[in-house]
Design a protein around this ligand. Structure first.
Ligand SMILES: CC(C)(COP(=O)(O)OP(=O)(O)OC[C@H]1O[C@@H](n2cnc3c(N)ncnc32)[C@H](O)[C@@H]1OP(=O)(O)O)[C@@H](O)C(=O)NCCC(=O)NCCS
Length: 185
């Protein structure tokens, strides 16, 4: 598995990636069924907004298996915050890709001087809420019937597991990752 920055020329593969997600994953990431993605959504996912830092996770064949983005905004108090969103293709979920991608985005956000990340999560998305809670036990949570809006300050403790650190350190497959699913290309 490798990561690389997304560029506008990736729009076709990102569209294909989104269309390949199950409805559950589409809802968990976008709060709606989005396949096929609208022109506006696709432009945002491909880096149409210069304030977004977008990375793709690729399998050994170069197929897109994950998409993550951090969209920077100036908060009301004048600090730089970044809205984080990520989704891993269903057959690759629970293989450490999301953890590594989240760490990569957080590390890069810290490098840009981002003070806090903001994440909008469905209330029943226990996997994502667990990832966040383990990194930021004291993060601010605002509950609505439809979502949990989490604001969490970035610091060194937010960078997770050795698996994620290994993934960020070089091109080799992180030790904790399972083998590529048999049905993947
Ligand atoms: C949520 C999501 C991004 C996580 O990525 P992933 O690659 O599937 O998950 P990972 O393998 O990295 O594991 C995620 C967490 O679950 C834990 N986990 C992994 N396997 C597990 C298992 N069998 N049982 C319990 N926990 C497990 C990991 O320890 C990790 O937590 P950590 O980062 O605190 O260590 C991914 O499942 C996804 O795309 N879901 C749909 C879209 C979505 O929910 N996006 C988030 C909205 S912003």
């Amino acid at each position: 598995m490798t990561f690389r920055q997304a560029k506008p020329a990736d729009c076709a593969v990102i569209r294909e990636f989104v269309c390949g997600l199950t409805q559950k994953s589409q809802y968990q990431r976008f709060f709606a069924a989005v396949a096929p993605p609208s022109r506006g959504l696709l432009a945002a996912l491909c880096g149409g907004d210069a304030r977004s830092d977008i990375f793709l996770a690729l399998d050994q064949a170069g197929e897109v298996i994950g998409h993550g983005m951090a969209a920077d905004r100036i908060a009301a108090d004048g600090t730089l915050v970044s809205h984080l969103g990520l989704v891993i293709t269903d057959s690759w979920q629970l293989n450490g890709v999301g953890t590594a991608l989240m760490d990569l985005l957080i590390r890069r956000a810290a490098g840009r001087g981002v003070a806090a990340v903001v994440m909008d999560v469905l209330p029943d998305n226990q996997r994502m809420l667990g990832m966040i809670a383990r990194r930021w036990p004291r993060a601010r949570r605002e509950y609505t019937p439809d979502s949990v809006l989490i604001t969490a300050r970035i610091d060194a403790g937010n960078l997770a597991s050795p698996v994620a650190r290994a993934a960020l350190g070089g091109p080799r497959r992180p030790a904790g990752l399972r083998k590529e699913p048999a049905h993947a290309a």
